[in-house]
Design a protein. Structure first.
Length: 118
């Protein structure tokens, strides 16, 4: 328990030191805001009027997020499969509950139509 407390304090002190150094360097060099730097560009040209207000379909992001969630969930299966000979029945039941929850979530996403984006 003491190791965790020392690690947390060291992380907080390191974050405080880095933030202080960042503020100090920023105050020395200042911030220079150039109008060309903050203006929008499309390959060096001013943006066209018709390209500014298109509605963007968020289905691509939804599919990407669902892939990440279910891919990370499946990555928990590998250590479990490797240590299956060493864990007892409680470890097996824990993973069984995990897989049941994962299956219920996948069926819910499937039935709600979140995967029907094509």
């Amino acid at each position: 328990m003491l190791h965790i407390f020392i690690f947390a304090v060291a992380s907080f002190v390191l974050a405080l030191i880095l933030a202080t150094i960042g503020q100090f360097v920023s105050s020395i060099f200042g911030t220079y805001v150039d109008s060309e730097k903050v203006s929008p560009y499309e390959c060096g040209f001013n943006p066209f009027d018709e390209s500014q207000r298109y509605k963007f379909d968020v289905s691509f992001y939804l599919i990407g997020l669902l892939f990440l969630v279910f891919d990370l969930e499946v990555s928990f299966l590998f250590p479990w499969a490797i240590s299956l000979s060493w864990i007892n029945f409680y470890g097996f039941l824990t993973m069984l509950v995990f897989l049941i929850i994962l299956t219920i979530a996948f069926v819910y996403e499937w039935l709600s139509g979140s995967l029907d984006w094509i």
